[in-house]
Write a protein that binds this ligand. Structure first.
Ligand code: 5AD
Ligand code: SF4
Length: 470
């Protein structure tokens, strides 16, 4: 079954032809491509698709922008500082272009999907040859061909906000252990601070057949840790003709044979249901890990964020999830300094952090995004006050995380070894089922294999363990 929003296969074939044209054009060279990614896992997954196309066009991987024939910068628009970092990076590339006029500099992703940004790049960043937005990602081969063969800069931020899904394009993953698997794109929630629904368009789900086929291929290739991606995975399937929700999808994927772990992100509390937690508890391959952003502990702020739940409802969800999965690893996102946030609102955020007890928090200072409703909200909280709140939040979380991490001391855990570390005494990195980082030691450890370990030492953000021989 195909999705009604699927890009027609003949258009995908057309892109594959452009890949072949470019590969042919470069058959006597050994060109190199450098990619840089800002922002979320979805962006990392998108870059891996671009890397797959570049690979098939004949590009080898460049280790740095300095030795590249093409540079692709995949951008993020969620906060202003990410945008500023991108512009700094692009600005610094002007001299590379001077030294090598044949160099192609491309920018893509969420930041350039905004019209005012494209205008800025047109005017102030002449070194950029190619700009394409999130909706044009699958047309990269054709756009690059035009940039290589034409004498004009190429800009394409067209595309339907209702969105399309492109299946059948190549992908080149980093490493051999961990893989991203996109199950849906876009977001319909319109939280008032967030730019994502404007730059990534409406929610659209891949059909389960395509997702399962990709999972099977990954497992066959030896990937052991697979993260299902979507801006809001809990609304998976709502746009599909068939009757399927995220829990149904988890059951279906859990039934795929093989020794692997499934994770997912991100969940929205408004759509996280008891059914989801029952499913997680029942599915042996689904990691007992939950990233459930609550953003603020104040009901007033939550309402003005358009989040669709209260702090009490959030706590109820966590209580239920923990009753089903006592070992659950829990993380969340919080925004500090939302317009109008007062001392009492912030105190409620701290209270929620203390009451729930998170293993990990991702904390952000509010960043005004033009075009979003919150950008128009009045705000009289001074910057220093926001900064002080932010620091207090970090201290509070550290104080909560410490005993949680200490509780792992001397525990026996099954981990997946996923890389080499810089610790001489613990030369491998590994992940627990809950996704915590463990530095490991042991002669029998092998990257890409599961191992039994005993925790010897704990720190605030990681654990240290030694292999237990059977
Ligand atoms: N300012 C600060 N943080 C933001 N996020 C999204 N938009 C903004 C913004 N305008 C945060 C939210 C979200 C995470 C991915 O980024 O916490 O969950
Ligand atoms: Fe942004 Fe809210 Fe959608 Fe997350 S759920 S991407 S915070 S609008």
């Amino acid at each position: 079954m195909t999705n009604s929003r699927a890009v027609p296969q003949e258009q995908i074939r057309h892109q594959l032809e452009f890949i072949d044209f470019i590969a042919h054009m470069q058959r006597d060279k050994q060109p190199r491509a450098f990619t840089a990614t800002y922002g979320c896992q979805q962006n990392e997954a998108d870059t891996q698709r671009l890397a797959g196309m570049l690979h098939d066009m004949g590009y080898a991987k460049a280790d740095s922008a300095e030795d590249a024939d093409i540079i692709v910068v995949n951008t993020c628009a969620v906060r202003e500082n990410a945008e500023n970092r991108v512009l700094g990076t692009i600005g610094a590339m002007a001299h590379l272009k001077k030294n090598n006029p044949d160099l192609i500099i491309a920018m893509c992703g969420c930041m350039v999907q905004q019209e005012h940004m494209t205008e800025k790049i047109k005017k102030s960043y002449p070194q950029v040859d190619l700009v394409f937005g999130t909706h044009a990602l699958w047309r990269f081969p054709e756009l690059l061909y035009r940039a290589m063969t034409g004498d004009k800069r190429v800009f394409d931020i067209s595309g339907d906000a209702a969105g399309e899904i492109a299946e059948g394009l190549p992908v080149l993953r980093d490493g051999k252990v961990h893989a991203w698997l996109s199950i849906m794109y876009g977001c319909n929630n319109f939280c008032t601070y967030c730019i994502v629904p404007y730059v990534r368009g409406r929610e659209r789900s891949r059909v389960p057949e395509d997702i399962e086929a990709e999972l099977r291929a990954l497992v066959r290739e030896g990937y052991r840790d697979i993260t299902l991606l979507g801006q809001n995975v809990n609304s998976y399937g709502k746009d599909l003709a068939q009757d399927i929700d995220f829990s149904d999808l988890l059951y279906r994927l859990n039934a795929v044979e093989g020794d692997f772990t499934l994770r997912f992100m991100t969940s929205h509390p408004k759509d996280a249901s008891h059914k989801l937690f029952d499913t997680m508890a029942a599915c042996d391959k689904v990691a007992k890990q939950l990233h459930l952003p609550f953003q603020s502990g104040s009901d007033d702020i939550l309402r003005r964020m358009n989040r669709g739940y209260t702090a009490q409802q959030y706590r109820g969800l966590i209580d239920y999830a923990r009753s089903k999965m006592p070992e659950l690893t829990l993380s969340s996102d919080i925004i500090v300094g939302f317009p109008g946030e007062n001392a009492q609102d912030f105190a409620q955020t701290l209270e929620l952090v203390r009451a729930v007890g998170f293993d990990m928090l991702y904390t952000f200072q509010y960043s005004r995004r033009s075009g979003t409703p919150a950008a128009e909200y009045p705000d009289d909280t001074p910057h220093e006050v926001k900064q002080a709140r932010f620091e207090e939040l970090l201290r509070t979380q550290d104080a909560c995380a410490e005993p949680r991490m200490k509780a792992y001391q001397d525990k026996r855990l099954r981990v997946l070894v996923d890389g080499e570390s810089r610790h001489a005494d613990y030369p491998f990195t590994a992940r627990t089922d809950g996704g915590l980082l463990v530095y490991c030691a042991g002669n029998g450890l092998e990257i890409g294999s599961f191992a039994e370990i005993i925790i010897e030492k704990t720190a605030l953000r990681s654990l240290f363990g030694r292999e237990v021989r059977a």
